[in-house]
Design a protein around this ligand. Structure first.
Ligand code: HEC
Length: 470
């Protein structure tokens, strides 16, 4: 009968099926309550004081059975919508159906042969099996909706090791120690997927037949085939889904789940555009402009200059004026007066006049990214005014050896990127008194091993990146 009823309803529309199905998580609590109650009343009835409870057992059992039917039907509707791990789903489904059937059998026995001591015992055995099925169904149901470690995830540590439950993955998206030696997929992209996607795309749940637990699985795709087209983010289904409106059924992560930040979406897009490889270093890829800033923000670990020193907030009008002039400006961290500055994508050239817009806020600028622009006459000379700069990005610019004299007094400078410039050994000679400098990036420059050793004499701990050729 239920099957006919089901087929009839299924004819109506698949949206309706899903609508009805969604009541399942709500409804299941009714039979659980009733059946548990019947079980307790039956056994409490063995105690003289509570003998009277036994009389109500058939009624409560019947309620449990009837509400169980409704739960089972809504459950079948819900599973019809797909997207649940097959094995778990089957376990849950059959345990649930068993519990309902056992409650029916127990009820029938209770209203007919209960007076016979033998059947009375059988009845109690049935009730016990029913409880076991119910608990099992409940547990696997919880795992289906919440992931298989649902029950134990927040277990306190001593109990955790006792039960062999593994450490929880950190919810926070990983920070990176050193950007240049970080690998894009394992260190930057995968942690995002782990935190925001894997709960539904792991071997337990494998929604849309998509496993996101390894690069290889990800590249294999899901129900819709390949989801990532290397170098073409716009043609990548996965990327498309991150951009759909909130209400869209296909949006990922689905509505109600923690969403990705705009920066995380940009990072994923960038990774796809750069070929969606598994094991490339950040340093090997083109990370210009905004992406460079986002990557930088991932390295906010340890003690920073801006944690040790404080400056007054920059004049907001000055900041706005500089933004209007083509710079990108934001605080390096929440609640910090220090600023990071980059150049808007469209701006290819920086003039002396442009630099003058930064001077009024020079005290606050601590990360300065001027990569991939060409400086016109006189622009570089302003660099000497940025005394609080700790990270300076000058890669792929027309900076020369002499220009580096402008930063020889930047005593806070910790990071300098000169990748892809014409800088040579003579330029490095200007950097020997920069005590705080701990990384310098010299891939594709004219610097020789000799120049590097000279610099190292002054700064023994300096990390020098000269690219894969060295
Ligand atoms: C709450 C569970 C849930 C979370 C979290 C989730 N997804 Fe999904 N995902 C689904 C379901 C259900 C489907 C299948 C239905 C569909 O295709 O829309 C799916 C399907 C997909 C598909 C299409 C697979 C195919 O081949 O058709 C992609 C791509 C996808 N998800 C990406 C992601 C990404 C990326 C994240 C994290 C940013 C994510 N999902 C997080 C539930 C989830």
């Amino acid at each position: 009968m239920t099957v006919v009823f089901l087929q009839y309803l299924a004819l109506l529309s698949s949206d309706l099926t899903l609508f009805i199905g969604r009541f399942h998580p709500l409804l299941v609590h009714l039979p659980i309550g009733f059946l548990l109650m019947a079980f307790l009343m039956e056994f409490a009835g063995l105690i003289k004081r509570y003998e009277y409870l036994a009389q109500a057992v058939p009624f409560v059992l019947l309620l449990g059975f009837l509400s169980g039917i409704f739960s089972a039907v809504t459950g079948l509707f819900l599973s019809d919508g797909g997207g649940y791990g097959e094995d778990l789903l089957n376990l849950h489904k059959w345990l649930g159906i068993s519990a309902v059937l056992l409650s029916l059998a127990a009820w029938l026995l209770r209203i007919t042969l209960y007076d016979n001591p033998f059947y009375k015992r059988i009845f109690r055995v049935l009730l016990t099996f029913m409880m076991v099925a119910l608990i099992g169904a409940g547990h696997f149901g919880g795992s289906l909706t919440h992931g298989s470690d649902y029950l134990f995830r927040y277990m306190p540590e001593p109990a955790r090791s006792w039960f062999g439950v593994s450490e929880e993955e950190p919810e926070q998206i990983a920070l990176i120690e050193n950007l240049d030696s970080a690998m894009v997929y394992p260190h930057i992209i995968e942690p995002i997927f782990r935190a925001r996607c894997q709960s539904c795309h792991d071997p337990d749940r494998t929604e849309g037949n998509l496993l996101m637990t390894s690069h290889a699985h990800l590249m294999t795709g899901g129900d819709s085939g390949h989801l990532i087209e290397p170098y073409q983010k716009e043609a990548s289904e996965l990327y498309r889904r991150l951009h759909l409106p909130d209400r869209d059924k296909e949006r990922m992560p689905p509505r109600g789940r923690t969403q990705l930040t705009a920066d995380q979406i940009k990072l994923i897009g960038w990774w796809i555009e750069q070929g969606a490889q598994n094991e490339t270093l950040v340093a090997e890829l083109d990370a210009a402009g905004e992406i460079g800033d986002i990557l930088l923000s991932l390295t906010q670990s340890g003690q920073h200059f801006f944690d040790r020193i404080s400056v007054p907030y920059a004049d907001i009008q000055m900041v706005e004026a500089a933004i209007n002039r083509g710079f990108r400006i934001s605080p390096v961290a929440e609640g910090v007066a220090f600023l990071q500055v980059g150049v808007q994508q469209s701006k290819k050239e920086i003039t002396s006049g442009d630099m003058e817009f930064l001077l009024p806020i020079a005290e606050q600028i601590t990360w300065l990214n001027l990569s991939r622009v060409s400086f016109t006459e006189g622009a570089i000379s302003h660099l000497s005014g940025f005394n609080n700069v700790t990270r300076l990005y000058l890669q792929s610019t027309n900076i020369s050896d002499e220009d580096l004299a402008q930063i020889e007094a930047h005593h806070h400078l910790e990071y300098l990127n000169l990748y892809g410039t014409d800088v040579g050994d003579a330029g490095l000679a200007h950097l020997t008194s920069l005590r705080q400098l701990n990384s310098i990036y010299l891939w594709q420059t004219n610097v020789t091993g000799e120049g590097v050793s000279l610099l190292r004499e002054h700064q023994p701990g300096l990390l020098v990146y000269q690219g894969s050729a060295e």
